[in-house]
Design a binder for this molecule. Structure first.
Ligand code: 4NP
Length: 159
């Protein structure tokens, strides 16, 4: 059965498109692409339609990872369409939980959890926003996401 994952950050131009690209890259390497549907979205709508940030794409390309997505804003239908929603920081987690609250207590909605809960090597609690910082911030985002994505994939393919 296809597992449906949605990665969420604030603008959907740095962290969550990177998470999407890293996870897709892992799936391809392991021959698992047909078992997953992967997407990303932002809690904010400022960058809707834009490709991922140029600095984020360049950092990912240096690791052989392509970031193909265009920004979109999370919507209520996502909670019914995806199995898991993975948030990058505490603000995103709160915003997503608050949005889910509009749907009431339903058992058929996506599980919402922090991306870093799947890290095995790093103990960071958030994937920090790299937008206003330097190049090192984008590298750290990718280090965290590579760790979290491989932990997540291991969890989801365990059974
Ligand atoms: P992201 O980073 O949430 O990782 O996509 C950001 C991108 C843009 C802005 C903030 C964070 N912004 O304020 O425009």
């Amino acid at each position: 059965m296809t597992q449906k994952l949605l990665f969420v950050c604030l603008g959907n131009i740095c962290r969550s498109p990177a998470a999407e690209g890293v996870f897709l890259h892992l799936l391809e390497a392991r021959g698992l692409s047909n078992q997953f549907l992967v997407d990303s979205a932002g809690t904010g709508g400022w960058h809707v339609g834009n490709p991922a940030d140029r600095r984020m794409r360049a950092a990912a390309e240096r690791r052989g990872i392509h970031l193909p997505s265009r920004a979109r804003q999370i919507e209520l239908a996502d909670f019914g369409n995806f199995d898991r929603i993975l948030t990058m920081d505490d603000d995103n987690l709160q915003a997503v939980r608050s949005l889910a609250g509009e749907l009431g207590a339903r058992s058929d909605l996506a599980l919402v959890e922090p991306m870093t809960s799947h890290c095995r090597r790093f103990s960071d609690k958030e994937v920090p926003d790299p937008y206003y910082g330097g190049e090192q911030g984008f590298e750290h985002v990718l280090d965290l996401l590579e760790d979290a994505c491989s932990g997540l994939l291991e969890t989801l393919t365990r059974d």
